[in-house]
Design a protein around this ligand. Sequence first.
Ligand SMILES: Cc1cc2nc3c(=O)[nH]c(=O)nc-3n(C[C@H](O)[C@H](O)[C@H](O)COP(=O)(O)OP(=O)(O)OC[C@H]3O[C@@H](n4cnc5c(N)ncnc54)[C@H](O)[C@@H]3O)c2cc1C
Length: 545
Amino acid sequence: MFVNDDKKILAIVGGGSISVSVVCQLVDEIIGAGGCDIGCVHIFEPCSRIGAGLAYQLDGPSNLLNTRAAAMSPIHSKPDHFIKWLRANEDKWEAFFPQVVISDEVFLPRGLFGLYLENIFQDAKQALHALGIPVHHVRSMVTGMVVMNSGYLLRTCDERFFADNVVLALGNLQSSDWKHLLLEPGFFTSPYPCSTLVKNVHDLQSVCVLGSGLSAIDAVVALADAGHQGKLIMASRGGRLPSVRGNQSARCSSRTFTRENIRALIKRSHYHLSLAQVYQLLVDEVFQLQGFKVDIDSILHKDAGPHHYLDIEVRDAKGQERVWQSVLYSLNESIDLIWHYLDDVDKARFEAEFKSQWLAYRVSFPMQNAIKLQTLIHNDQLAVFGGVRRTWRDRSSSQFATCINDHRRSFRATIYSDVLINSAVFTTDVTRCSSPLVRQMLDSGLAAAHPFGGIDVNFHTNELRTCTGALLPGVYALGALTSGTHFWTNAMNVNARLASNIVRLLVQPARVESHGLLLLPNTASTQVSSKLTVQAARPDKGDQA
Ligand SMILES: Cc1cc2nc3c(=O)[nH]c(=O)nc-3n(C[C@H](O)[C@H](O)[C@H](O)COP(=O)(O)OP(=O)(O)OC[C@H]3O[C@@H](n4cnc5c(N)ncnc54)[C@H](O)[C@@H]3O)c2cc1C
């Protein structure tokens, strides 16, 4: 489809929560600016509905948000938009979630957040229409992109679309690992949707879930809620469940990690932060807020096995205010700045030595599900192991075999199960992802892998960098695709803030004028990289974010 008009065409690839964040914030930005030069918006999303994406699809009610209701919003300037919408629009969700009771602190079903996203997307679509900007949902995957005139040509399986500006919001990238088990009956590449999973696993089958993070918990809790009787195993490398979200944590509010404070610190530190400096800031902040010295050992419980650790976590999360948890959450406001001003040596050290611990403590899970897991463990139905080595289909028993060498529990065994569920679905390594679009962009040189995950984008604008380091004007990425640049792209409020920056750029036409590109009509994607003119890469120094 080609449109020749003075107005610009905006393409958003992906129709999940970040896409909704862009569209909703676009409405406010255009109204605030008194107009813009966007003529129409194409949203590419193969699913029939735009909004929920993978994370917030209508699924089992035990798939809970890991964020308090009052802190979930796709609109950066309105952090309580979700909870306000729920209170004002009961008629739109009550029939789907009759058991749900709303409060600021509650961890609501993710499907409810998805329903909200679908609704506000429709409202935003109508608002844009009223502003003379039609929004089209193209129900196709984008499989390729090439440079064309002063814009881009997006390829789906049967059509091609021109766009002046492109926002890539593809979500978490599916790993192409596990190919050797793909066709084996009883192997699930992902726990989602959990409603389908529980229908396809027999009550008495033994189940091994690979992973012990939030997706693994979703799978186990969904099976248990559906009355599963068979043995459940969670097997991961680390063998630790995430920490449990305290139900009293909301009361203390950290001020150290505001953007203003972190910017000031960065200036004082001559535009360089160190891991040691950030660690000390965290420790000092917890001390300030709780009034006594931080005892790291009493948080980490390094020697506790996974079952004992869960008992400790449930006890601590119930009994006391978890100040350290609030402080970790408060990092959301400036975490991208902190990451950006660490040097590569510190970044690499963090990835190698501390990342898995960071994930286990930062990505906590709600008490409701912690108690369910605890009950399963106490009833000897669930066991959690670390030290997963490899998994295969054992031909003699026709079961899946998972080799475990768990140092912490001095346990070495091969576990056999009827069902194997892979919960470690995602990868940040774009060279190992299964997205045809990402692979084509890497192959053609339009995008380059970032050494710390995702693709390389400009820190301030989120514009893509090609394989030569040049910027690809008017092409932006958000979410997991930018994890190497922004580090923490797993939280709605972080993604909403980054989306608001892009929306501002899109509505200011002068900022997004395409320049420096050759006219390449009908050029094959593989030819493009060599012909792309290099627009001098802007230095990423100075914080304009
Ligand atoms: C299971 C899970 C639970 C989570 N829970 C929370 C939570 O409780 N709180 C929180 O703050 N964050 C949570 N997150 C973090 C989450 O990643 C982000 O908040 C957010 O959902 C990411 O949104 P997205 O739009 O980038 O991705 P998605 O919601 O995955 O949407 C991406 C969409 O892009 C489409 N797509 C992909 N490739 C193409 C293509 N080539 N062409 C066309 N369409 C394409 C897909 O079909 C998909 O619908 C969770 C993440 C997951 C995976």
